[in-house]
Ligand binder design. Structure first.
Ligand code: MN
Length: 253
């Protein structure tokens, strides 16, 4: 059998499971709120066009309004000033949308301290147990924050949410072999990252290094530390800085 025939057979028998890492997208989806005087993203909204009625007797459809960075979404390099000459979301090579992923679980630390920051030493300790980070893959950073995704206030936690230290973000961008970082929080940076040096170091370093972000992931607890393959499908919005994204993981059982 070919590799793809093997995969199809494994999917049919459940030997490869598809885990949905995507949060449902609705008007209740938590969004980032910036302080004045910065511009704001809008909540996701549906606007009904017709629903089997005089506006369209046999069909139901909607228009929708959303920010690019709403819900489970993909950050493209051009999202940040450091990556302004990089790819927009429509230019991200499709071959990079299917990639291996590892999961680093710091749920306990984030529960004890909502300002917990991932450091290089945490990753080195993880590597000592599990092996090197995957080349061209994702570092998925589990904090347990997906449990709060249906409660916008708890999810925002008054601006105190876990993240990645500036030194670790720089290391991930410049030295680690991964192509990006995925998180469970509203953005890849910590809630307090506006006060870091540089501010928003994950955005600044990673997007400036032609790497990517995935945010508001769910169900990372269903993934093994190593061995999953992530399929991330942002919309190819021309000139877009990011896009809501269906993120699926293939996991061998
Ligand atoms: Mn974003």
């Amino acid at each position: 059998m070919t590799v793809l025939q093997d995969l199809v057979a494994a999917l049919a028998t459940g030997r490869v499971e598809v885990v949905d890492l995507t949060a449902p997208l609705s008007a209740q989806t938590p969004i980032l709120t910036l302080p004045e005087p910065f511009g704001q993203t809008v909540p996701f909204a549906l606007s009904e066009i017709s629903r089997y009625d005089e506006r369209g007797p046999a069909w139901y459809w909607n228009n929708f309004t959303t920010g690019e960075h709403t819900g489970t979404h993909f950050d493209a390099p051009v999202h940040w000033v450091s990556g302004q000459h990089g790819d927009d979301v429509s230019q991200v090579p499709p071959s990079r949308l299917i990639a291996p992923a590892v999961v680093l679980d710091h749920t306990a630390e984030a529960a004890a301290d909502p300002d917990f920051l991932l450091e290089v030493e945490h990753i080195r300790a993880w590597e000592a147990e599990h092996g090197p980070l995957p080349a061209g893959g994702w570092l998925l950073y589990r904090t347990g924050w997906d449990a709060y995704g249906d409660d916008a206030q708890r999810y925002a936690n008054a601006g105190r949410t876990p993240g990645i230290s500036p030194g670790c973000a720089k290391w991930l961008a410049e030295e680690a072999p991964v192509q990006g970082v995925g998180v469970e929080t509203v953005g890849t940076d910590a809630g307090a990252a506006h006060s870091f040096d540089p501010p928003f170091p994950c955005h600044s370093f990673l997007l400036g290094a032609d790497k990517y972000g995935l945010t508001q992931l769910r169900n990372l607890a269903q993934l093994p530390p190593t061995g999953a393959v992530v399929v991330a499908g942002p919309l190819p919005i021309v000139h877009g800085s990011g896009s809501p994204c269906r993120v699926l993981a293939l996991v061998e059982r």
